[in-house]
Design a protein around this ligand. Structure first.
Ligand SMILES: [Zn+2]
Length: 104
């Protein structure tokens, strides 16, 4: 495992990549590794991460939420989802409730 090639970033690079998940997403989307936006999410990556039931340390808040909801859809308990996504179980419950509201 090697580190992300972006200056000052100590996150491990994604498999077969030279930059970490967060920086790759920023570069793909904006051509700028330092761009920050709460709403950045890569659809393909999110689906893959749901399959793999894992969340990279550089994942944005939105990506964590999408992965959490994807895992919930597969019948995973809120406690387990919280563990995978590394958030408080109450956060998972809140995300789920908000999604139900939006869908209704
Ligand atoms: Zn990085």
């Amino acid at each position: 495992m090697r580190e992300c090639s972006i200056d000052d970033c100590t996150t491990t690079a994604a498999p077969r990549r030279t930059v970490c998940h967060k920086h790759r997403t920023r570069l793909n989307r904006y051509g700028d590794p330092d761009f920050t936006q709460w709403t950045v999410a890569d659809d393909l990556d999110v689906q893959l991460l749901i399959e793999q039931q894992r969340v990279p340390s550089g994942a944005t808040r939105l990506e964590r939420r999408l992965i959490a909801l994807g895992l919930s859809d597969r019948g995973m308990s809120a406690a387990r989802v919280a563990e995978v996504v590394a958030v408080d179980p109450r956060t998972v419950h809140r995300w789920r409730a908000k999604t139900r509201q939006t869908a209704a």
